[in-house]
Each structure stands twice: as C-alpha cells, then as structure tokens.
Design a protein around this ligand. Structure first.
Ligand SMILES: [Zn+2]
Length: 466
C-alpha cells in the first residue's frame, strides 16, 4: 500500500503558482506563439467522491496512486467545497462558474436557462475543440442544457441503470476523444458515476478493502436503501462492508484516471488535468445515512481539487507537489480553465485559482444549500467559513452550529449554548435567505406533467428514495 507522501502545506500567492507549477497558459501575441503554449485541457468530475478519500489528502488506507501522483506533480487544494450536493446543479456550477442561485438550478433534473453562458461556449469561441463524456443520462442528459457549447456530448450509460465498472466505458470514450480531437486548443470533460450509490465495484477492486469474499457478497446483496428507510440502525458489520465497497469504487476511479494519464503522457502537447467532484458522500456518520442529497455536513460538501500537468516536455515543468489550504470552491473551476486558455471577458462569480488572490474577510463565507427531491426532506442551507459552520433547515426548525477547527467531524452541535460569533453566523445565513428567497424550483418533469414511473424507478435505484 502506498503511504501518503509527506509534503509541505503552504499558503501561496497565486502569482507564484503559475510559474511554479509549470502550467502553460495560452498567450495570443501571435498564432504560432499561441499554438505552442496552449495545453490540452481536461476536466474530470468524479461524482460522489469524498475529499478525504485520497492518499494525497492523508488517508491512511485508501489507495489512490494515480491521483496522488497528479497531486505530487501539481497542486492539491485541500479545502475545496461544493455549493450544492446534487449532481445536476453542481455540474451547472462547475461548467458555468456561477452559484446555484445565479444559474438557477437548485434540484436535480432542472434545465440550465438559455441565458447562462458556459465555459465550453467561451472556449469554443476562442477556437477550442470541446467534447464531453458523461456517465449518467438521468441527471446529466442533454435535456438539462449542460451540453451547451460542446462540439460533442457523449452519454456513456449503456444500461440506463447503475452498473458495476461502468467507468471503463467513460474511460474508453474519453481516450478515443483525446486521440481523435485532443492536443492544443482542446477541452474535454469526463464524468464518472461509479462512486454513486449503489456501490458496485468491479473485480478485483471489490476485495481491496474486504478480505473476506463472503462479506463482499453479503454487502453487495444487501438492500442498503431498504435498511435506511427503516428507522433502526444497520448492523456495524454491514456499515463497515458498505464503506469498504465505497472505498473500492474510489480506487477503481483512481485506476480510470490513471488510464487518462497514460493517454496524455506521451503527447507532445501537455494536458492540464483538473480533477474534482460535484459533491462527497455520507458514509453513515450522520443520521444513519449513506448518500449526499439531504445533508450538508462536510462529508457531502468537501470535494477533491487537483490541478496537474501531464505530458509535453518534462524539463519545462517546474516541481509542483503543493497542498494548498486556501479556500477553493467548485464555482472557481470555470474561471481557472478560462485563465489557462487565455480567455478573457467571460463573466464568472468564482476566481481563477491560479492567478487571483484568495478571498478575505466577508468573502470567506460560503453558502451551500440542498433541495432534495424527496417527500420527507426539505430545503437545507449552510453557511461556512474556514473554521465554523451553521446548518439550517427552516421547515424542520433545525439549526446546528459547528466549530470546524475543533470538531472537523461535526459531532458536537453547539446550538444549545452557541458562542456569540456562531449566533452571528446563523443570523447572517437567515438574513441571506430572506434577502434572496428561492421560488419554487421546477424540474423538467414537473414542468412537463410529472415524474414518469421510469424516472422515479431510476432515481430510486440511485438511492433517491422517498
Ligand atoms: Zn453527483
């Protein structure tokens, strides 16, 4: 097993970052200069991937050698957070550089308004070839508008239902696109869905963290969702086994990313990888729950974020390997790619992580929210600083306060006797909701006559049970 590398944790000024990590940035002084200095751009979103399930994040057991290698060569933001733990809205934020309140998608299966411009549109106008390989038609199909700006938008969803090892299909399609259309002035988005419920890692990854084959079989056969609908606790052995299967999915996804690295490594043009997730996953730490859509704990909100360069002339690449404990958000991803491509004039909410200074003061407050499509769950909001957090579910009159610096696992709710600064944070959150009320977000199903039984059953198969 790889041991986590010992590395410095640093706070960086971003003007240093670009030169230090050796990321080629397009310059437009002349066509020849631009051609030679523009990297291929690759966005990898690992759906449902927890920030702490990485060797490079210090996890003592999870094997992610390829992602660790990317982190060693590049930059790993350890404090990256998602704005919403729902696949369709979170990917809309990643691709548009806008928060859910700004682009308007607050639930799964909503459609991106036509007025919202996306990163691939900006890149296409700058002469980039753009492609997407997406692993879930149910929540990322073209009907939701996230295909906007892509020359090609390939859905890799052979069964339309969760399948074991389906990341291999996305990998093959992505490698084919890279061989066909990659290189300078190309942008590819690859989305993997394997770590999402139900956890069905392929062989041999399914036994990486469970030595007993019978335990693997029992865990895979168990109806986890039925267990969670019951009010009682699941037995500890099953929780451990399901968590091990989730970890196996993580390691399988690491293998898939490795196949993309192998495709990019021999190319003369370097490829800049940005690897992240749309949200994390709760593994029964809170409220007897596996999943991500109804809770705003750090397990759901924190995501990996690694930028790293692969291929090209290795002598031109300065040493990377930086863990950055600066705030970073998924809304920062589109402006960071725009910066790498030398695209200016685009309007994003986020910052270019490689060039713009990190936020300070009030700008360090991040709002997250969720609007689950379940009968028994209601909208929930969170306001987070680098050290503290408030969670508020107004309809349930639930408020939780955490000191993340002292209690990163959010075990000690301080709401019964809150410190004054946490009360202020809670007031800020409630004021924010009053100032910016949400209407009634409507999915394409609700706008078109209701959820069909096919869609309902597909959602249920992914753990979005009522
Ligand atoms: Zn997702």
């Amino acid at each position: 097993m790889d041991s986590p590398p010992r590395r410095r944790v640093v706070l960086l000024t971003t003007s240093i970052l670009v030169g230090m990590a050796g990321f080629a940035v397009a310059r437009c002084s002349s066509e020849g200069d631009r051609e030679s200095s523009s990297p291929a751009l690759l966005l990898v979103t690992l759906d449902t991937f927890r920030a702490d399930y990485l060797g490079s994040a210090g996890h003592p057991r999870i094997r992610t050698p390829w992602l660790d290698r990317l982190a060693r060569r590049g930059i790993h933001w350890t404090e990256a957070v998602s704005a919403i733990p729902l696949t369709t809205p979170s990917h809309a934020t990643i691709l548009s550089g806008r928060s859910p309140r700004s682009h308007g998608l607050l639930k799964n299966r909503m459609r991106l308004p036509d007025a919202v411009r996306t990163l691939p549109q900006h890149l296409g106008e700058a002469g980039y070839r753009t492609g997407a390989v997406v692993s879930s038609r149910l929540v990322l199909g073209p009907e939701f508008g996230l295909d906007r700006g892509f020359d090609a938008y390939e859905i890799v969803d052979p069964e339309g239902r969760p399948a074991s090892g389906e990341g291999a299909f996305a990998t093959a399609a992505a490698r084919a696109w890279m061989a066909r259309a990659g290189g300078s002035h190309s942008f590819l988005w690859v989305h993997y869905f394997d770590a999402h419920l139900p956890y069905l890692p392929p062989k041999p990854w399914d036994r990486l963290y469970l030595a007993d084959p019978d335990a693997v079989g029992r865990a895979r056969a168990h109806d986890l969702q039925a267990s969670m609908r019951d009010e009682g606790d699941i037995d500890r052995e099953l929780v451990a086994a399901q968590t091990a299967l989730y970890a196996s999915e993580v390691s399988f996804l690491d293998h898939c990313v490795g196949e993309l690295v192998k495709q990019a490594a021999p190319a003369a043009t370097p490829t800049t990888f940005l690897v992240t997730a749309d949200h994390g996953e709760g593994l029964y730490e809170h409220d007897r729950y596996f999943g991500h859509d109804i809770l705003l704990y750090e397990t759901s909100l924190r995501v990996p974020l690694i930028v790293s360069s692969v291929g090209g002339d290795p002598t031109s690449r300065a040493v990377g390997g930086k863990l950055v404990r600066e705030p970073a958000r998924t809304v920062d991803i589109a402006p960071t790619f725009a910066g790498l491509a030398g695209v200016s004039g685009a309007s994003f909410e986020g910052r270019d992580l490689l060039r713009d200074p990190p936020p300070t003061g009030d700008a360090l407050q991040f709002v997250a929210e969720t609007h689950p499509s379940r009968d028994k769950a209601t909208p929930t909001y969170a306001l987070r600083t680098m050290s503290h957090k408030v969670v508020w579910e107004p309809r349930a009159r639930r408020r939780e306060l955490y000191d993340l610096a002292l209690d990163p696992g959010e075990r000690n709710d301080l709401s019964d006797d809150p410190p004054r600064h946490l009360e202020v944070l809670a007031e800020d959150l409630e004021r924010d909701r009053r100032v910016r009320p949400v209407g009634t977000p409507r999915t394409i199903d609700e706008m078109g006559g209701g959820v069909t039984e096919d869609v309902r059953e597909a959602l249920r198969s992914l753990g979005y049970a009522d």
